[in-house]
Design a protein around this ligand. Structure first.
Ligand SMILES: C[S@@+](CC[C@H](N)C(=O)[O-])C[C@H]1O[C@@H](n2cnc3c(N)ncnc32)[C@H](O)[C@@H]1O
Length: 280
């Protein structure tokens, strides 16, 4: 899978600087678009998360043991807490995140850890998890060996009937867009999980155009990012314009879904052990 591109990126330093305690969703969501627009992005993410939970977990949600790899701003921590989940562990490479979330959610456990490091002490495998989430983290792991190790940790952490839920931007071909972003293709995910005895049980495209789709060409994708950045600058000036624009794009995306149209964009992938039924 490796293409010899820049893999010297220091993830720990980058995230410590980027994720500031108490910051809004645009720190971890779509950075150009501001908090109002990002609220719509996260609402759609929750819609798909709930769809997958209803299909792939049989326990009541509050009884699930959840591991959130790359817990970031704590958006999903807040979601699990609001849904009554008692048993939650959040892991993040940024000490500021972990400290902030530990204060905000005192009954939950938070671990400051780089999930791409070798697992010397098996710190996550003692009590397996029903649900392991890795949301918008893998594409920030630019080194392929580190990516493989992170998948390994996620795979080892699930219970026999558990599932790993991955949210990531998929691309027609693997390529590195910037120092801290590498997009992989579906085949890369399937092969890496399959080598750990996990198969794709379900998937759902999250967005068509609410966030820019990926073409696989650096020039096209950087141009699209520039257009979005310019739009984001305007939308940050007006909350109501941001809300109306996001709502219109969500409706447009929904129509694309109904018509069965697909683009390369963010997807939720659900991985399970072979033979574990959809409503395990
Ligand atoms: C784009 S944010 C996504 C945050 C959250 N999952 C969400 O979707 O809102 C990526 C998060 O992953 C964390 N992260 C990046 N690389 C990591 C690693 N190697 N180990 C653990 N956490 C990592 C970052 O600190 C950051 O909080």
């Amino acid at each position: 899978m490796s293409d010899g591109s820049d893999n010297t990126f220091d993830a720990g330093a980058y995230w410590q600087e980027r994720v500031v305690s108490g910051a809004d969703l645009s720190v971890v969501g779509h950075r150009s678009m501001g908090p109002v627009y990002n609220t719509h992005i996260y609402e759609r993410r929750i819609e798909v998360l709930e769809q997958m939970l209803s299909r792939h977990t049989s326990k009541a949600i509050q009884d699930l043991r959840v591991l959130d790899i790359g817990c970031g701003s704590g958006f999903y921590t807040g979601y699990w807490s609001a849904r009554g989940v008692r048993d939650y562990v959040g892991v993040d490479i940024s000490p500021a995140t972990v400290q902030h979330l530990a204060e905000k959610f005192p009954t939950y456990e938070f671990i400051n850890r780089d999930m791409t490091e070798p697992d010397g002490d098996g710190f996550l495998v003692d009590e397996p998890f029903d649900v392991v989430t890795v949301f918008d983290v893998f594409y920030h792991i630019v080194d392929d060996d580190r990516f493989t190790r992170a998948v390994d940790h996620a795979a080892k952490a699930i219970a026999a009937t558990g599932c790993v839920l991955v949210m990531d931007q998929l691309c027609p071909e693997r390529y590195q867009l910037s120092r801290h972003v590498v997009y992989r293709c579906r085949a890369d995910y399937l092969a890496t999980f399959s080598a750990r005895d996990l198969e794709l049980a379900d998937d759902e495209l999250l967005f068509h155009y609410l966030v820019p789709p990926l073409s696989g060409s650096r020039v096209v994708d950087l141009s699209a990012a520039t257009v979005f950045k310019a739009a984001g600058f305007v939308l940050r000036l007006s909350g109501s314009l941001a809300a109306r624009s996001a709502a219109a794009l969500r409706r447009f995306d929904a129509r694309q879904r109904q018509q069965g149209r697909r683009v390369s964009n963010s997807e939720m992938l659900v991985f399970k052990r072979p033979g574990v039924s959809a409503d395990a």
